[in-house]
Design a protein around this ligand. Sequence first.
Ligand code: C2O
Ligand code: CU
Length: 501
Amino acid sequence: GAAAGLGLLTARGSQATNQLAALVPSDLPLPARFTVPLPRPAQRSGAEISLVQRYAEQEILPGRRTRVTGYDGMYPGPTIRARRGAPVHVSVQNDLDIGTVMHLHGGRMAPEHDGYPTDVLLPHSGHVRAPLMPGNTTVGARSYVYPMDQRAATLWYHDHAMDFTGPNVYAGLAGFCILTDAEEEALGLPSNERDVELMLADRSFTSDAQFKYPALAPDQSVPGVEPLYLAGVLGDVMLVNGAPWPVHEVSRNLHRLRWLNGSNARNYRLELAPGGTLIQIGSDGGLLEEPAPRNSIALSPGERMDTVVDFSQYPVGTLVTVRNTLGAGPMDAVMQFRVVRDAHEDARVPDKLSQIEWLRREDAVRTRDFIFALQFGGGHGHSAAQARGGGFIPHQWTINGRPFDTETDWATPNYGDVEIWRFTAVAAHPVHVHLAHMQVLSRSSGAPRPSDAGLKDTVDLGPMESCEVIARFDGFRGRYVMHCHNLEHEDMAMMANFTVV
Ligand code: C2O
Ligand code: CU
């Protein structure tokens, strides 16, 4: 039955997190750790931003060239810098041979700009190398309108094409969008080169230094890929901003470190060695009300954690390793900071950061249940395997017993209503809801976790756990999605529509 099957899958994954994910080993020797300098993504700002999705070669492993699928041919894509109240129009041109969908994760925008998984942008030729689920397609180029009418926050954009989000993001279609506002600017937090965005992602490489993904397209599919796909893909090379286990030189003062888990399926728990505190100042939906000192921070795929680290706690010459206590072997660390000089302090972390309008349980007009589970003996519905020409699929991820389809609404909240959504998982899943910014009310396993603080768009669910969140459904009407942010689970149909009516 179901339990036995899940046990099997779990055994393939990481024991530390009980995640359903499986390691794809690299075919080349792993690069040395803590030698490559941390790259800073290109920065873009303004009311009109254009991005061309194209293939490019990038030096990711020292002395080797890797083909990336990138926004402007870069991995990570350019960081979009935006300010609250100044809408941004992003025009995207598709120079690839696959269909794409751009989604601004954590952003609040009209449904037609949200990156619904079948609102696909096709290349100019109109031809793609793998069939896509039918939908509302555009050819060549389109623009996405982001009102930026929301709190300052660390957002990110990435591909969201139905059935292909896993391979497309793995190949490089992801970047940051950092939104600020007057309230945040007045705080005096570290800025400029001391405000550092960090995209964590694990990858594996083929012997010719190319990204190694189990099946990038039907013509590249390999036997035995189904269980891997069902599980979620783990790599054995840690990339931060596209560099393997990088090192970053810092002065002895405050630095703002914005962590993003941009991995397809890997969870992280980060700690500083030799010891030290990370001051959490924000989460997915922007600043916390007050800074929260942490010994470790947890990140499931899609989550962000905004922190400040005071490097004056270390003498000049200290190597501060960012360890990942959920990773084994070389994956037990993500990067290193090298404390290189004394510096004067011109930044601060005030005791009061922001205000959050807390919702109370009594504000909710409804509670809805969403059960995240594997369905055995599937074979109907649409999924990555079918899109890739694999035909029959033995199993499928579901929400409330259904794999994703474009016709069904799993929920129809009324505009302006506050609702409690109760997520229950058999196995671990990071649950992401578009549009709504959630507050975590409770967890069946105990009190809310530190990573639940503030406003959330992605909530990590443990195995056999229920988690209640509360949110107000406003801003826009229309159809959005919620899904598991393990990208292989998402591609294997663990996604649901909801329509704000
Ligand atoms: Cu980060 Cu629906 O995605
Ligand atoms: Cu999942």
